[in-house]
Design a binder for this molecule. Structure first.
Ligand code: FPP
Length: 311
């Protein structure tokens, strides 16, 4: 059983473009290219008036993308239940509105220059929710996939998944496969749905696959490098997330991309997922763009953005 959704390789996925420039750890990419991808390409700089990290209020609408855009944004979509409760509605109504936000943010992220968007849509722990909520979420996923297939093809959005998708209902698996097949060729923008996903199960799956490869003589046990092992994680050709956002005011990672987000920037917003807008995303990206990512180095060791810009 291969849970890696890993029939895809770097060359197939990226056609030698953006996704080639994946994380430094996995591909040996130069630090300057990781830390300052858009500064290097001379992207225009805009300033923003207000930081939103752990913000207690919403920012003014901001819809233009700043310089230094995160290539990969990953979102923990939280707060659907509370959104519904505040309105005296059933939890499922919150999830239904959450799906509307998924649709909006998928295209907002692309407009803002993001190349990969990963959404935590269903965790391995979510099976333990009441049966009617789990069933409702699966029905929503089915409805969403049926509705979005044409849109993804028209707008050239590639769909991928991470997680133990082979444990999802058969009809959902089939729709996922159909959508992934129909969008396989698109290289500019990728939407990754984390479904039946958990970092701990991912590590278990990766360790099992790695051990199998060692036993079969395809890997050397004493290699022991992250570059080798990480190829057994889900979606090994995807770039690591640059920015992880969690909505709803909770400051937790909840078993989401624990290894891939080792060097990610985190942004926590009080906005509940059904209320999350393009402006909120732009504010998170603006906040990200002002941060210095050091990857364990000192500021002085980092390449100068000004020097990179004129190269
Ligand atoms: C957390 O809200 C959200 C989820 C458990 C799942 C997110 C699902 C969606 C946005 C809809 C389905 C997605 C797709 C792509 C079809 P919560 O219920 O934990 O909120 P609460 O913490 O306020 O109770």
């Amino acid at each position: 059983m291969d849970h890696r959704n890993g029939d895809l390789h770097l060359s197939q996925t990226s056609g030698g473009t953006d996704l080639d420039r994946a994380s430094p750890n996995r591909t040996g990419q130069r630090l300057s290219e990781v830390a300052f991808p858009l500064v290097k390409s001379g992207a225009a700089s805009l300033t923003f008036s207000r930081s939103m990290s752990h913000a207690s209020a919403r920012p003014e609408p901001v819809e233009r993308a700043p310089a230094n855009i995160p290539r990969h944004v990953a979102i923990i979509m939280d707060g659907n239940g509370r959104w519904a409760k505040q309105r005296g509605l059933p939890r499922l109504e919150g999830h239904r509105r959450g799906v509307e936000t998924v649709r909006t943010i998928t295209f907002a992220a692309r407009d803002l220059g993001v190349k990969v968007l990963t959404l935590y849509a269903f965790s391995v722990e979510n099976w333990k929710r009441p049966q009617d909520e789990v069933g409702g979420l699966m029905s929503l996923l089915e409805f969403y996939l049926k509705k979005e297939l044409k849109t993804f093809v028209r707008d050239r959005v590639r769909l991928r998944t991470i997680g133990r998708t082979d444990e999802l209902p058969a009809n959902v698996q089939k729709l996922l496969q159909t959508t992934m097949d129909a969008t396989r060729e698109f290289t500019d923008y990728t939407l990754v749905l984390a479904l039946n996903y958990g970092s701990r199960t991912e590590v278990v799956d990766a360790a099992r696959a790695y051990a199998t490869a060692v036993a079969a003589g395809r890997e050397k046990l004493n290699d022991g490098s992250w570059a080798t092992f990480s190829r057994y994680l889900y979606g090994p050709d995807l770039p690591e997330p640059d920015l992880v956002i969690r909505t709803s005011g909770e400051s937790r990672i909840s078993n989401f991309l624990l290894l891939q987000a080792a060097y990610a920037e985190f942004f926590f917003t009080p906005v509940l997922w059904p209320d999350f807008t393009k402006s909120d995303l732009a504010a998170a990206i603006a906040d990200y763009s002002r941060r210095e990512r050091r990857y364990g180095l000192t500021s002085e060791q980092l390449p100068s953005p000004a020097r990179l810009a004129v190269k």
